[in-house]
Design a protein around this ligand. Structure first.
Ligand SMILES: [Zn+2]
Length: 237
């Protein structure tokens, strides 16, 4: 049978040919939390997972799609119903689909070329932020973004205290301008909230904050090229 799913190699939804289909039930422990953060109550549920091994009809790349269905009952009829629907449609409409996983989880976009030229600490931080964002680990991505700003401040003005003081000193030293200062205040606060206040930023917020620091750090690497252009430009007579 054929159904449309995201192909990691094509980078968009493509028709997929199913090569194999397996189902496997799994017992999952879940819990609710009290106000003080401690576990309130534990419950066990049965997840009925489908494993579809497919081949992209456009590029032939193989993929494994794992869909987790949370069953309301432990009756074999419910599992059978999910299995029948998945066999026919690729997904179960009556089943309670909780998570979908796609393997392999290769990044759709490689790390940007300009990051290869960065000092290693920056490069590793950027790459880990890109990976965290691609995996939907947005709080971690935001904390990484804050760490990049922290490193930038440390390199420029040394370890002088909290973020507010660092950003003000960067502004007063004309290393960043007023617009950048205003943007970085928002980004740092989002990073602080992710680290200390349980904030879970959405994908778009991480993307925007990432763009802001890409501009901040990316502009540095123009230094050498700008000097080359200055040298090469004929002087006014
Ligand atoms: Zn493909």
């Amino acid at each position: 049978m054929e159904f449309w799913k995201n192909c990691w190699n094509c980078g968009h939804d493509t028709p997929q040919e199913r090569v194999a289909l397996e189902f496997f039930p799994r017992i999952v422990e879940m819990f609710s939390k009290k106000e003080d953060g401690k576990v309130n109550q534990r419950v066990w549920a049965v997840f009925y997972d489908s494993y579809s091994f497919t081949k992209c009809k456009k590029c032939s790349a193989p993929s494994l799609f794992v869909d987790e269905y949370w069953t309301q009952t432990t009756s074999p009829e419910e599992a059978k119903c999910i299995a029948e629907e998945v066999k026919i449609n690729g997904v179960s409409k009556s089943g309670n689909l909780v998570h979908s996983h796609i393997y392999p989880g290769f990044l759709k976009e490689p790390f940007p070329q300009w990051t290869h030229d960065l000092e290693e600490t920056y490069m590793v931080l950027f790459w880990e932020v890109y990976q965290a964002a691609a995996l939907g680990l947005n709080s971690l991505a935001m904390m990484g973004i804050r760490a990049i700003i922290d490193k930038f401040a440390l390199d420029k003005i040394g370890d002088i205290g909290g973020f507010a003081k660092k950003l003000n000193t960067l502004l007063n030293a004309k290393i960043i301008n007023a617009d950048q200062h205003a943007l970085l205040e928002v980004v740092v606060d989002a990073g602080n909230a992710s680290a200390h206040r349980g904030y879970k930023p959405d994908n778009n917020h991480v993307k925007i904050c990432l763009q802001i620091i890409e501009q901040l750090i990316g502009i540095e690497k123009f230094g050498d090229v700008i000097n080359e252009i200055r040298q090469a430009t004929p002087k006014r007579t």
